[in-house]
Design a protein around this ligand. Structure first.
Ligand SMILES: *Cc1c(COP(=O)(O)O)cnc(C)c1O
Length: 344
C-alpha cells in the first residue's frame, strides 16, 4: 500500500503545527486535579466565557464530555432523545446504556436535524410503564448528517418544547465552531439554550487532545466527581490544554477555508459519473457521497493513489476537509476519485 498523501478520513487527523507545538512546550503547568494548572484553568475559563456558561471542565475527549453530561442528567431507566445518527447514542460503544443505564431514542430527520414537533411527539407520558424522557441532545454540527449546522431558530424551537416538559438540553458541540463560522452566529447564542455544552479541540480546531464541557458551576462541580471516577483527572495537563488555547486563538476563523474546500470537493464530485450527492447541502467541512460501485472496491483503489476516505456504508463514503488539506489536495482527490470511478 502506498503512503497516504491526502487524508480525508476525518478532521481528527490534523497534525499540530510547529507554532502550536512551540506554544504547548512553553506554558506553565501544575496539578490540574488540585486546580493548580494555570493553563488548564485558563482554557476552562476561555470556553466558559465563549459559551456564556459559569464554568468549564477540561476532559481528555469529547466522548467523556458527552457521557459525563448524560451521567449528570439521567437516572438509570431514563430516556435521551437525539437524532438516529447521533454520536452520543450510537458511536460511543453503548456508553449511554453501559455507564448511565439510559435509553437512547433516535429520531429520524433529514441530514441529522429533527424538529420540535418530533420531540413533542416522542416525549412519553409520565406513568409507571414508560421510561422517563429526561434529556434532548442536539449535535452541532451533525456529523452523520454530513456536517449540517442547526440553525438558531431550529434550536430555539426545540428548547421551547424541552422547557415546557422540564427536559434537560445537552449539546454535543464537537463541531460547534464549524456551525458558528458557517451560520455567522456567536457560539453563545447557540449554547444559551443548553444546560450542558462541550467543544472538541481535536477535530477541525487542530489540537492533538482534549475537550471542555461547560455548564452551571454546581453541575461542573458534580462533573469533577465523574472525571475523577472515570480516570479523566490528569496532572500537568496544561501541556495539552495549551493546544486548545492556541486553537481558540488561531484556528476558528480559518474553518471557513475548510468549508470552501468541502464545497469545491462536493461540486467536483457531483460532476463525476456514478457519484451521487447534492453539493448545495454541503454547509461545513463534511461531504457524504454515494458511489455506483462499492466502497469496498473503491477504497483499495483510491488508497493505491494515496487518498483515504471514510466508509459509511456499502455505497457511501464520507470525506472531511481540515487544516492539513489545501485546495490543491482537493483537486488531486477529485482526480483520483474520477480515475478510480472510471475503472468501474
Ligand atoms: C468526534 C465526535 C465525538 C467524540 O469526540 P472524541 O473527542 O473523539 O471523543 C462526539 N460527537 C461528535 C459529533 C463527534 O464528531
Amino acid at each position: 500500500m502506498q503512503a497516504i498523501k491526502i487524508d480525508l478520513y476525518s478532521d481528527t487527523v490534523t497534525q499540530p503545527t510547529l507554532e502550536m507545538r512551540k506554544f504547548m512546550c512553553q506554558v506553565e503547568v501544575g496539578d490540574e486535579q488540585k486546580h493548580e494548572d494555570p493553563t488548564v484553568n485558563l482554557l476552562q475559563e476561555m470556553v466558559a466565557e465563549l459559551l456564556g456558561k459559569e464554568a468549564g471542565l477540561f476532559l481528555p475527549s469529547g466522548t467523556m464530555c458527552n457521557q459525563i453530561a448524560i451521567k449528570l442528567h439521567c437516572s438509570p431507566g431514563d430516556e435521551v432523545l437525539m437524532h438516529s445518527l447521533a454520536h452520543v447514542g450510537f458511536s460511543e460503544g453503548g456508553a449511554l446504556a453501559a455507564l448511565s443505564g439510559a435509553i437512547p431514542t433516535g429520531l429520524p430527520g433529514k441530514r441529522g436535524i429533527f424538529s420540535a414537533d418530533q420531540v413533542r411527539k416522542a416525549i412519553r407520558p409520565i406513568n409507571r410503564y414508560a421510561p422517563r424522557t429526561s434529556v434532548v441532545s442536539v449535535e452541532q454540527t451533525s456529523n452523520g448528517g454530513g456536517g449540517t449546522p442547526w440553525s438558531l431558530s431550529a434550536i430555539e424551537e426545540i428548547a421551547k418544547v424541552a422547557r415546557e416538559y422540564n427536559l434537560v438540553l445537552h449539546m454535543d458541540g464537537a463541531r460547534l465552531f464549524n456551525a458558528v463560522v458557517a451560520t455567522n452566529t456567536p457560539a453563545k447564542d447557540f449554547s444559551a439554550h443548553f444546560d450542558t455544552v462541550w467543544v472538541d479541540f481535536s477535530k477541525g480546531l487542530g489540537a492533538p487532545v482534549g475537550a471542555v464541557l461547560a455548564g452551571k458551576q454546581e453541575l461542573i462541580e458534580e462533573a469533577w466527581n465523574w472525571k475523577q471516577r472515570l480516570g479523566g483527572a490528569m496532572r500537568q495537563a496544561g501541556i495539552i490544554a495549551a493546544g486548545g488555547i492556541f486553537a481558540l486563538q488561531h484556528n476558528i476563523d480559518r474553518l471557513a477555508e475548510d468549508h470552501e474546500n468541502a464545497k469545491v470537493l462536493a461540486e467536483g464530485l457531483a460532476e463525476i459519473p456514478g457519484i451521487q450527492l447534492d453539493p448545495s447541502e454541503v454547509k461545513t467541512n463534511i461531504v457524504i457521497f454515494d458511489v455506483a460501485s462499492t466502497t469496498e472496491a473503491m477504497t483499495e483503489k483510491v488508497l493505491q493513489e494515496g487518498l483515504r476516505l471514510s466508509i459509511l456504508g456499502p455505497n457511501r463514503f464520507r470525506a472531511v476537509t481540515h487544516m492539513n488539506i489545501s485546495r490543491q489536495d482537493v483537486k488531486e482527490a477529485l482526480r483520483i476519485i474520477r480515475l478510480c470511478s472510471k475503472e468501474g
